[in-house]
Design a protein around this ligand. Structure first.
Ligand code: I3P
Length: 451
């Protein structure tokens, strides 16, 4: 574990954290944030969370024949064979400096993963076992065998007793174990240098009102976290939907790395197999592994990412049930139906969502941040409750990266390797048309047809 400690020290250093625990730039107070001293006090009480050791043993690389993926051909680098090292994974993340994920890397390490997930998602004042039970009741995935902890975007769910703050959590898609309870009305998200930079650059941008409030970097148990608003705090038993935006869900950098040094992943092959045993090519079956871009591209073509520029990742309904089985949800009709159910066909909610999206669209069009960033893997988070209150937020900037000086993106034109286009605006347009078809309002162009 010294290596792990070293990584944590390094991440803390990069985050500019002192040994005292809270960085100088701790509070950038905004909107609902309370006084810095109160927040700091609340952040001091935490229990030890053991980082699970990354398991690389099941994954063997065998640099074999060239791997064919839909748009990118990954070539071998010499046909040699070696075991993937921990460093390799960090390498893949490259400049994003995302620390090794404790979650979705190994599907076979689920017991360790779950243990950590339970720990991480519990409120400070709850025992682990209690939290587990609560969470299972709270967010049972009724649609598939996929565990609930695979959904991203943690949100606070004031489920049982209003007096017990941060009682339990719901995470919609993505890397589990990334979140902890913050002070009241706030959460802590595992540090990512990239996301931190985005939040800093978003301060003062027209998009600032549409992203979670950001209060700086804090340290817990030696690990750095981004401190931000809990978006669910003012809702009563909210329904939540996570839509991943854009036509591409991986960075160009990942494609280049995969081409230069293909790394075969058994866990992604297994995930592929779970959905469709015929999806892997004969070659991939033989090696029982795929590269990440290959997996990500397969996910994109299977879902509506390619055809509509967005996809539904997860839904939590007001009754506490979670649904994550949207990997094969692709057609406009299916998506429309899912939105209809999600909003319980309530026109007030649908109209609120539409008008919120229109404001977001306007803001995006004039945003300097948006113009100068490749927005990958970012989601729109839809939240409403029985009072008909409905909000939409832009979240998840871990893979949103600044373009070289002077370069800007259109966000609507097709992606070709090298142009870094992400199709975000095209996806938003399609999303608005989909919602518009439910309210008979359409979009500003008055058309209900997707592009
Ligand atoms: C995961 C999903 C995540 C991705 C993760 C994938 O697939 O696409 O967005 O993380 O890569 O495994 P799925 O949704 O099918 O579970 P990033 O966005 O951070 O790349 P990972 O396994 O390398 O973490």
């Amino acid at each position: 574990m010294p290596k792990e400690r070293e990584k944590r020290r390094k991440a803390s250093k990069e985050a500019g954290l002192s040994g005292a625990g809270i960085s100088d730039g701790f509070v950038k107070e905004r909107r609902t944030c309370r006084r810095a001293s109160e927040l700091r006090d609340e952040l001091c009480q935490v229990k030890e969370v053991k980082l699970s050791e990354f398991n690389t043993t099941q994954v063997q690389t065998s640099m074999m024949e060239a791997l064919r993926v839909p748009q990118v051909t990954i070539t071998p680098d010499g046909g040699c064979s070696r075991e993937i090292q921990q460093e390799d994974w960090a390498d893949v993340e490259g400049s994003l400096r995302r620390k090794l994920s404790n979650s979705s890397i190994s599907s076979t390490g689920s017991s360790i993963m779950l243990e950590e997930s339970e720990d991480d998602i519990l409120s400070d004042n709850e025992t682990k076992s209690k939290g587990n039970i609560t969470l299972e009741h709270l967010c049972e995935d009724t649609s598939e065998s996929k565990p609930w902890w695979k959904i991203k975007t943690i949100v606070n769910w004031p489920f049982v007793s209003p007096q017990r703050r941060n009682l339990s959590w719901v995470q919609l898609a993505g890397h589990k174990g990334n979140f902890k309870a913050g002070g009241e009305g706030t959460i802590l998200k595992k540090f990512s240098e990239n996301e931190k930079l985005c939040f800093e650059r978003l301060q003062g941008d027209v998009l600032q009102d549409f992203v979670p409030g950001y209060y700086g970097v804090v340290e817990r148990d030696g690990d750095p976290f981004l401190h931000m608003t809990d978006l669910l705090v003012n809702f009563d038993r909210p329904s939540v939907m996570d839509c991943k935006m854009g036509v591409r869900t991986y960075l160009e950098e990942e494609v280049v790395r995969a081409r230069e040094r293909p790394k075969l992943r058994r866990d992604l092959f297994d995930k592929m197999l779970e959905v469709d045993s015929e999806a892997p090519s004969p070659q991939e079956h033989l090696q029982r592994a795929v590269t990440k871009p290959r997996y990500m591209q397969w996910r994109e073509t299977l879902s509506s990412t390619h055809t509509l520029g967005f996809r539904i990742e997860g839904i939590k309904k007001a009754d506490g049930t979670c649904h994550t089985d949207f990997k094969k949800t692709r057609s406009k009709e299916d998506i429309t139906q899912i939105f209809r159910d999600f909003a319980t066909n309530n026109t007030n909610i649908l109209n609120s969502y539409l008008s919120k999206l229109a404001k977001i669209q306007q803001a995006l069009m004039s945003s300097e941040f948006f113009k100068r960033h490749e927005v990958i893997g970012s989601s729109l988070l839809f939240i409403h409750d029985h009072t008909d209150r409905a909000e939409v937020w832009l979240i998840d900037f871990g893979k949103t990266t600044a373009l070289p000086e002077g370069q800007t993106l259109d966000h609507s034109i097709p992606w070709q390797e090298g142009n870094r286009e992400d199709g975000y605006m095209w996806g938003l347009d399609n999303l608005m048309r989909t919602l518009g078809s439910l309210t008979n309002k359409g979009t500003s162009e008055g058309s209900n047809e997707c592009l």
